[in-house]
Design a protein around this ligand. Sequence first.
Ligand code: SAH
Length: 242
Amino acid sequence: MSGWVAVAGLGPGAGDLVTPEVAAALAEATDVVGYIPYVARIAPRPGLVLHPSDNRVELDRARHALDLAAAGRRVAVVSSGDPGVFAMASALFEALEGRGDAPEIRILPGITAMLAAAARLGAPLGHDFCAINLSDNLKPWALIEKRLRLAAQADFAMAFYNPRSRARPEGFARVLEILREECGPGRLISFARAVSTPDEAIRTTTLAEARPEMADMRTVVILGNSATRRVGPWVYTPRSAP
Ligand code: SAH
């Protein structure tokens, strides 16, 4: 039997937000490869081998998945949210480069954190927006600051992934400073934590009131553009240019 790799997005947390396509791939898989907390979301069953691994070993994990598939295994590589958004799909293709063999590969989309959060808030991403990963594991901090400033000057709404870790507590404080300089104190900013899980917590405030402690590594942060506003409990960005 020939092996395959499916790089699957598990969505933000809730079982209802796992697509039927991903559920079907998981049901056919012989092996699940991924970061420890994501593999922990997979229900064990006889014949399914779980391969949880630590966070910073994406390329090794991708190579391992390709090796298993080459040996005939059916491998699901799992990411939270969507596998193409700051996740395993790129790592898999990087591991594929330069290899002679290539198993069947499918990338199965999932609901990424910013879209799950935006739906809870209303429609903050209803006009042009961008997504920025605030982790400096894989890029220099100077590049993060440059992109942040230019995106703010271009008046994009923005979604920030990996806003704050214990290893970099000062980074997100600096992000808020830059945004206050570029966008002014009244700009709306929303903190959406653990969306669609029992720990979900969502709040919207202004840049003037925003504090670094409002975000952690389970939070996606959504900044409005200059026209983003509230209507009742909702936050939305009009579809026309400000
Ligand atoms: N591939 C994932 C993102 C991985 S990076 C996706 O598409 O969602 C990890 C970051 O995603 C976290 O630091 C956080 O910013 C965000 N995130 C993931 N799940 C989340 C959730 N349920 N609620 C809020 N943010 C989440």
